[in-house]
Write a protein of this length. Sequence first.
Length: 131
Amino acid sequence: MTPLKCSRCFTKFDRETEECWDCPKCGDMVHVNIFFAGETPDHKSILEEAQGLVHGDRNNDYGNPWEDYARTVDIFKVLMGEKKISDMTALDGIMFMVCVKLSREVNAPGRDNLVDLAGYAECYEWSKENV
């Protein structure tokens, strides 16, 4: 018997069935015998790992993705003012990442955000040499 697991919460089930069912933990559909290339029952695919993070830890840390990125874009718009997208440089890309971390710090303060902000500041300073 192949253990099955929910693709959202990764709850494992030991069931012999050929039918899909709803996971009692999260309500997502558990699909029978569907594995991606390179995946085994004990190894998550990249997609499964990403889904687990997006719907689990990252969602808990950063909040709803729509709200997180809407807040990020609002911060970036203020920072960029009237600057045209075609005039943006790699430095502006770094500043966008700073906005991502500021948005996340507003939502859920944490050391990771501050460390990343310091890292982006270092990248910005280092990259100024190329402008």
